[in-house]
Design a protein around this ligand. Structure first.
Ligand SMILES: [Zn+2]
Length: 322
């Protein structure tokens, strides 16, 4: 603390000013209040500089919510993209191939998408946002394009179907039993032998005695007992197609080689004969002598959603019932 003086006229000299204890406390206190006020003001202005004013804070929150929503939208688009890819492959590999129509190439399905950057307007925004906006916009355009092509393809298939009714009624196209699928086509662990081997059909859950339907029009080729297949029924559908129904408990009345059958007709009862790990129906589709994935031959019966569900179950179970 500095020293202050006052001039005493009587004494004709400077006398030092002295503070009493109370005055000293007030002086010190007011100094601290002053310093405190300055520090608080500086801190507040620094804080508002970094966090923003209330309206800026609200805008930031809104921005964050929009960005998060955009992220969610991206996930939805990715999911739809997968579904679309599945429908596209069903269209090419199933419907078109089966009817002998040329598959549509990926290039054709994607044509007109991309090219010149028409989303340059998003470049003004910060990078994560502009990337996301650009991706979302172009993905939606691509999706729209693919859906339109898919619609045209279905129109073409419909027209083709009407011209090929005989073929269409012969091709296996429904489920052989009404139960759910248990195991799919492909390499599967055998339930009795224990090692992996080719599972040439699909297994359906079916109690002993469940009705088994012919999956297309045709002629009974054979019906006899085998050691592994148990009681096996084979139907010849012409056009190179054959279906096999294994582990049966019995044949329907009148079912014997040479007899004509229609799609949806009860031809047998499922069972547990031959080598199995329990009652089920093992079903095979053979095309030109080679087994193919029967799941691709249920298109008249399964909705796209059911197909996807069956596909998921078929692909996820590593074990067959055989
Ligand atoms: Zn099987």
């Amino acid at each position: 603390m500095e020293n202050y003086f006052y001039y005493d006229e009587k004494e004709c000299q400077f006398i030092p000013v002295t503070y009493g204890p109370a005055e000293r406390v007030i002086y010190t206190l007011s100094l601290w209040v002053l310093v405190g006020t300055v520090i608080t003001t500086i801190s507040l202005s620094l804080l508002s500089f970094s966090a923003g004013s209330p309206s800026e804070i609200a805008l930031k929150a809104e921005n964050k919510a929009l960005y998060n929503q955009l992220h969610e939208t991206k996930k939805s688009i990715e999911y739809l993209d997968q579904q679309m890819a599945m429908i596209t492959s069903m269209d090419n590999d199933l419907y078109r191939t089966m009817l002998g129509i040329e598959p549509i190439s990926d290039d054709e399905r994607q044509a007109g998408v991309g090219g010149a950057d028409i989303h340059a307007r998003f470049d003004a925004y910060s990078e994560p946002s502009s990337d996301l906006l650009r991706w979302t916009a172009s993905s939606l355009e691509s999706m729209e394009r693919r859906i339109n092509i898919q619609k045209l393809s279905f129109e073409e298939i419909k027209a083709h179907y009407n011209e090929n009714k005989e073929l269409m009624s012969n091709i296996p196209a429904i489920r052989p039993v009404s139960g759910i699928i248990l195991s799919g086509y492909g390499m599967r662990r055998h339930p009795v032998l224990g090692y992996k081997r080719m599972h040439e059909g699909v297994d359906f859950r079916a109690r002993v005695g469940t009705p088994v339907y012919a999956t297309g029009d045709g002629v009974v080729k054979s019906a006899r007992r085998w050691r592994t297949y148990g009681l096996l029924l084979v139907i010849d559908h012409g056009h190179g197609y054959e279906t096999r129904y294994a582990h049966l408990s019995s044949l329907a009345d009148g079912i014997r080689p040479g007899v004509k059958v229609e799609r949806g007709q009860i031809v047998a009862r499922s069972g547990n004969s031959g080598v199995t790990s329990g009652p089920h129906l093992h079903y095979e589709v053979v095309k030109n002598g080679d087994p193919v994935d029967p799941l691709n031959y249920m298109f008249a019966d399964l909705s796209p959603d059911e197909y996807l569900e069956y596909r998921r179950i078929a692909d996820s179970n590593p074990m067959s019932m055989d």
